[in-house]
Design a protein around this ligand. Structure first.
Ligand SMILES: [Zn+2]
Length: 332
């Protein structure tokens, strides 16, 4: 049974049917488990769907691959888009399963990495779908085309750099770091900054989150509507609650030793570097935490191994290891 959370029954049945249809084409013998579907609502991301796969091993052999397909909630409004995105993500699930299930962990994951996210094996699967559902139904980018919807409400942080000249950046759910940034700026120069909310998708460019930099608009309607917001909106800085920052603990085990690091965010760059450096000879797991004491104890990601300084440190790291999950492979 598919697990479909947080969506209406009618949508759930389309989602179910599209997954079953794609899997019937891609895996006619039903060798692999159905992917689990999760509906998400993440603004500011380019993907409409995303497939994250986790391998489980017995000895050095991978015995199963389970995948979670995340779908942006707003694509439920359009059945064709929904089916295209689901079919695309199912191709990723079957490709990694074909590479890994029943195979040696090191060599099969290395072969999967070499094939690339949208490599020959992906296109082989895509062509099976396209033979049934039509040419170009699944392409390399068929999970990125936009469906127009009303924008999501986000925080907009404005800076009046000089009179009438408003710059901005934004965030959907500000992180602890972003909240600190907003509050510090606002505290130092209260008259120059204002935090408000907007649904205007034009004010949510891909690359200008709070703390990353500022958008400078050219004169035009968008600049005018910014000025209007600046003049009329009330400031929401005080409404932002302080947050305990979440971070990721990265653990690797090999040769009887567990090493641990922290990363503020498990970016795809860090995941790639972990795969490059460690996947061949170590098992890598990750764990999210808000334990600020532990944050201080763990060195930065680029630094060397965790050294137990106190008796009992190793027990602590073993406990973390047990709670952590295998490093997942994410393909958009
Ligand atoms: Zn893809």
């Amino acid at each position: 049974m598919l697990k479909v959370s947080r969506i209406l029954q009618a949508d759930a049945s389309s989602v179910n049917n599209f997954v079953k249809e794609a899997m019937r084409i891609l895996d006619p013998e039903g060798k692999y488990p159905m992917p689990v579907i999760k509906i998400v609502n993440l603004s500011g991301t380019r993907w409409l769907g995303r497939c994250t796969s986790t391998t489980s091993t017995v000895g050095s052999t991978i015995n199963s691959v389970s995948s979670v397909i995340q779908l942006q909630q707003y694509i439920l409004a359009d059945d064709t888009t929904l089916q295209k995105v689901i079919s695309h993500e199912c191709c990723h699930h079957v490709v990694i399963s074909n590479f890994c299930v029943g195979q040696d962990r090191k060599t099969s994951l290395a072969a999967y990495d070499r094939d690339g996210g949208h490599g020959p094996s992906f296109f082989k699967m895509a062509s099976k779908i396209n033979a049934v559902l039509g040419a170009d139904f699944v392409t390399e980018h068929s999970d990125e085309s936009y469906v127009l919807t009303e924008g999501t409400e986000v925080y907009l942080f404005m800076w009046e750099r000089s009179p009438g000249d408003i710059l901005y950046c934004w965030a959907a759910r500000p992180s602890a770091k972003q909240i600190t940034y907003v509050k510090r700026r606002k505290c130092d120069n209260p008259d120059q900054y204002k935090l408000t909310k907007t649904r205007d998708p034009h004010l949510q460019p891909h690359n200008c989150r709070i703390g990353d930099g500022w958008v400078v608009e050219k004169p035009g309607p968008l600049k005018d509507s910014l000025k209007e917001l600046w003049d009329n909106a009330s400031d929401l800085t005080e409404q932002l609650a302080d947050k305990q920052p979440t971070f990721t603990i990265i653990l690797k085990q090999g040769g009887g030793v567990i090493n641990a690091w922290k990363a503020d965010k498990l970016t795809s760059r860090i995941q790639d570097s972990l795969k490059m450096r460690f996947k061949e000879s170590y098992e890598v797991r990750t764990l999210k935490s808000q334990d600020q004491e532990l944050y201080k104890e763990l060195e930065g990601f680029s630094s060397l191994r965790y050294r137990g300084r106190q008796p009992g440190d190793y027990d602590k790291i073993l406990k973390l290891w047990d709670q952590a999950r295998p490093l997942a492979y994410t393909a958009a």
